[in-house]
Design a protein around this ligand. Structure first.
Ligand SMILES: NC(=O)c1ccc[n+]([C@@H]2O[C@H](COP(=O)([O-])OP(=O)(O)OC[C@H]3O[C@@H](n4cnc5c(N)ncnc54)[C@H](O)[C@@H]3O)[C@@H](O)[C@H]2O)c1
Length: 484
């Protein structure tokens, strides 16, 4: 670990020197790096798909949709929009400040630390990097040790494409992260669990470093079957795709559980079964389209969640497991006990609890009784229910009549609130996430207003009162001695 400390010190020194040289502030440098990320993904598509398969058993198509394609689009958007993003924003100052002018300049924070998680190890590593580079920072990435092939690939390949004095990759687990966190950074961007998020924030507090925490939690999905009965085929396909078709449910924005009215629950189960089969075949273990559980430890965690006899009794579909193959069958639970672990911990796996309510309106109270989720999904055409969801609950995002798609839409900010995180990124929000918005005011020495200065008197007090209200006419009268 002494050697690692020395490596981190040396990397940081080099990154700080590079930032101080001003190189990373140039738009040309930023564009070159963004273009290099696109080239890197294009040149290495096969290798990236291979490491994602080795680490997570992801099908090539899923890997391209959720990681490679996503990253290339993100870099292309940044390339296309960067000239616009970097332009200082002119502020229209009130007449009161005349003839001063104002603007807001986006300046890079400096040296940024990115810590990413294993479930989308390419996109969750490169997408924050794209934001940090767009904003003109130097970046150090530490990907997750739980996706070791991808982490090694990134550590080996990034230096062949990007500016090695400004962009660094270090491999390692919590011990390396701990060393990194002992140093002072200008910004920390973390993707991971709320538990580790607290450690990150505590370490950042030592240096008053700003943090973005992209955390997880349990994302509820409301199905208001009354209003979407005609579209139920699409509803069921979307839920199946989200729960099992993206890293086997090991996704922060996956459907964690579904809320439905009691009368509809068994129909929903019957509708889910054939869709699961149509996606993953009669024997999903042999399906090439179902990612596997990342590690034995995570497999055992899911196994423990299912081992509660009360949870076992709630299984209405699936439930089989194979530790050797790190396989958990797509599984549906009907009304597992609300005090069970599976209903209080983020599931992060291919298990879908369906929770029944007497009336779908009760879903609002149910969600409000839990920590603020990263996403709320609601299949409904009932405008009143939509309004209640938006006004009575809090979450990172709300998506009506779809699932997970909000993540792909870089016109919308992505991030959590409360236990699901803080800060946001994607598209121009990524640029903002890694920029300090510096206020710049250009004053004028051409005139001076005496009421700004002591000695104080009633005239000056009246002047200040009127100035705060921007009561210009009265101010003129006061100055002319026509108002007391
Ligand atoms: N909001 C999002 O965009 C998003 C995306 C993916 C995953 N997640 C969340 O991430 C979690 C799963 O990912 P994970 O298992 O990789 O999370 P994690 O919190 O265990 O690890 C995340 C990162 O933190 C590092 N780390 C682990 N222990 C540490 C310690 N003691 N000190 C400092 N750093 C440490 C890891 O090496 C890794 O790089 C889930 O909660 C999921 O919802 C959120």
């Amino acid at each position: 670990m002494e050697a690692m400390k020395e490596t981190v010190d040396q990397n940081l020194r080099e990154m700080r020197d590079t930032f101080a040289s001003g190189r990373t502030r140039s738009v040309k440098w930023r564009k070159t790096q963004l273009q290099a990320i696109i080239e890197m993904v294009k040149d290495n598509e096969d290798k990236m798909c291979d490491v994602l398969f080795q680490d997570l058993g992801k099908h090539r198509t899923e890997a391209f949709r959720d990681e490679l394609g996503f990253v290339m689009r993100s870099a292309e958007t940044a390339l296309k929009c960067l000239d616009k993003w970097v332009v200082p924003k002119k502020s229209n100052l009130p007449l009161l400040f005349y003839p001063a002018t104002g603007k807001v300049i986006s300046e890079p924070y400096g040296t940024v630390l990115v810590l990413s998680s294993w479930n989308f190890p390419i996109s969750l590593s490169l997408d924050p990097m794209i934001g940090a580079i767009s904003a003109g920072n130097t970046v150090l990435l530490k990907a997750s040790e739980l996706s070791p092939n991808t982490s090694a690939f990134l550590a080996k390949t990034i230096p062949s494409y990007l500016d090695t004095k400004a962009i660094k990759v270090i491999e390692g687990g919590p011990d390396v992260a701990t060393i990194l966190l002992q140093h002072q950074w200008d910004k920390i961007f973390f993707t991971g669990s709320p538990r580790i998020g607290k450690i990150i924030m505590a370490a950042a507090a030592n240096h008053l470093t700003p943090v973005t925490l992209e955390l997880g939690g349990k994302c509820p999905t409301i199905i208001d079957h009354h209003s979407v009965s005609k579209d139920m085929k699409s509803v069921v396909k979307r839920i199946t795709g989200a729960k099992w078709g993206s890293c086997s449910g090991q996704a922060c924005i996956s459907v964690d559980y579904v809320l439905v009215e009691q009368s509809f629950a068994s129909s929903l189960v019957e509708m889910l079964k054939p869709v699961i089969k149509s996606f993953f075949g009669e024997n999903p273990k042999e399906s090439g389209s179902l990612a596997r559980i990342v590690t034995k430890k995570h497999f055992q965690r899911l196994s423990r969640l299912l081992s509660d006899p009360r949870v076992q009794a709630s299984i209405v579909y699936g439930g089989s497991m194979d530790e050797e193959k790190l396989y958990v069958e797509p599984t549906i639970l009907l009304d597992p006990p609300l005090d069970s672990e599976i209903m209080n911990e983020e599931i992060f796996g291919p298990i879908l609890p369906i929770i029944t309510l007497r009336d779908i309106q009760e879903s609002i109270g149910f969600i409000k009784s839990k920590p603020k989720p990263l996403a709320i999904y609601a299949f409904t055409k009932d405008e009143k229910l939509k309004t209640r969801i938006l006004s009575e609950t809090s979450s990172g995002s709300v998506t009506f009549n779809d699932v997970m798609i909000q993540y792909m839409c870089d016109a919308l900010p992505f991030g959590g609130v409360g236990e699901s995180g803080m800060g946001r990124y994607h598209g121009k929000y990524s640029f903002e996430c890694f920029s300090h918005e510096k206020a710049v005011m250009e004053g004028s020495l051409a005139m001076d207003l005496e009421p700004r200065y002591p000695p104080w008197n009633n005239f000056k007090l009246t002047f200040i009162r009127l100035a705060f209200r921007e009561a210009y006419f009265k101010l003129v009268l006061l100055m002319l001695g026509l108002k007391k």
